[in-house]
Design a protein around this ligand. Structure first.
Ligand code: ADP
Ligand code: MG
Length: 352
């Protein structure tokens, strides 16, 4: 390990986005039909009247889920919905999924069937077909990989790159709930480990637990925008926390942004959990992950169409690039946004 230390780069030092960039920046698209390759929520392929959308996610046991508290049916459901969220982020309609699993003999047929019951439930709810997949054995835990496909009219695709100065920044639903749920689950797991006779006290936290364990994708928001005749100028789903997603929009759209802390949509239970853990609830919204809400920008001309929508909050506006990505705090301070989000390769404290 130490022998080559000087020449080898430790991936924990460069972060997930830089890693993807370093691995893929040398690739050129060779097919004229590739409209969008790497770099957005999903790839866009020109397949005629309707473009095809494709995206892939991989969930790894112990990193993305913990089977000591994640019901297997929910896990299957989440593996699908978290993926469909990227299809909706392109303003598309999902049509198919493909599921790959790597399993160890530790899992029974019945356990795997539970995962597939969840996959089926999501297929039913979101009207998608399971088109295939792959099944292999694993010596290191459970892995679930889902590829999702969808379609969208060419003129309706929403990229991360279309935001314009003065556009309004909107977000669906509420933020930080999934992280609140995760903190509760982790806390109860530790309590249980210390004393297996203690029953976890989870019933007061049902909403945030559901946000973590069984998230929905915002099909309804894409449908609402269509109904209101609004095409967002840019869109991304919130999988890594608001700060990280705002910064993606700024980078890809070559712009700045100002978001206002007082406008953050926070559910009461999320705020209560934050207070219980003595953490600022805004931190949950900015840096918590896995909310699977949609973050999008619209022209100010569309303001009237959206202003009374309960499920959509206007949290700020797009500025010029030189202004940077800023958070205006409740007390009126301007703070530069930093994407703390989930750093997938950050070393655990007790790791070598
Ligand atoms: P999201 O959070 O929306 O799923 P990611 O941050 O995971 O998006 O990925 C950003 C972009 O990088 C996407 O276009 C994705 O397809 C691409 N990407 C991620 N990992 C890889 C990889 N290992 N090889 C090729 N492309 C990748
Ligand atoms: Mg995404």
């Amino acid at each position: 390990m130490t022998k080559n230390k000087r020449t080898l780069t430790d991936i924990s030092e460069i972060g997930e986005f830089s890693l993807i960039d370093r691995l893929t920046s040398g690739f050129k698209n060779r097919n004229k039909k590739t409209i969008m390759g790497i770099g957005d929520d999903a790839a866009i392929i020109d397949t005629g009247e309707q473009y095809t959308i494709i995206t892939k996610d991989l969930l790894s046991e112990g990193v993305h889920f913990d089977i000591t508290y994640s019901p297997l049916k929910h896990l299957g459901y989440k593996a699908v919905t978290s993926n469909l969220s990227d299809i909706y982020a392109m303003n598309g309609t999902p049509t198919h999924i493909f599921a790959g699993i790597a399993v160890s003999s530790r899992f029974s047929l019945e356990a795997l069937q539970e995962i597939y019951k969840g996959i089926e439930l999501a297929c039913e709810k979101y009207n998608v077909d399971l088109g295939g997949g792959d099944t292999v054995s694993s010596k290191a835990g459970l892995f679930i990989s889902v590829t999702a496909m969808g379609s969208v009219a060419p003129e309706m695709v929403t990229y991360r790159s279309g935001a314009k100065e003065h556009d309004l920044i909107c977000v669906s639903g509420n933020l930080g709930g999934a992280y609140a749920g995760l903190l509760i689950l982790e806390r109860e797991k530790q309590v249980f480990k210390a004393n297996p006779d203690m029953q976890p006290s989870l019933k007061d936290y049902s909403y945030v637990l559901e946000r973590q364990l069984k998230p929905e994708a915002r099909k309804d928001i894409v449908e609402l925008l269509k109904e209101k005749n609004i095409k967002p100028s840019s869109m991304i789903d919130v999988s890594d926390g608001l700060a990280s997603e705002i910064m993606h929009i700024c980078k890809n759209s070559d712009c700045g942004a100002s978001i206002y802390e007082e406008k953050f949509p926070l559910d009461k239970m999320t705020a209560d959990v934050a207070h219980e853990f003595k953490i600022d609830p805004s931190t949950f919204a900015l840096n918590g992950g896995e909310d699977y809400e949609l973050l999008f920008t619209i022209s100010q001309n569309d303001y009237e169409k959206i202003k009374d929508q309960q499920e959509i909050s206007i949290i700020g506006h797009i500025t010029d690039k030189s202004s940077g990505a800023k958070l205006i705090t409740v007390s009126g301070n301007e703070v530069e946004l930093r994407a703390q989000g989930w750093d997938a390769f950050k070393k655990e404290e007790n790791e070598d």
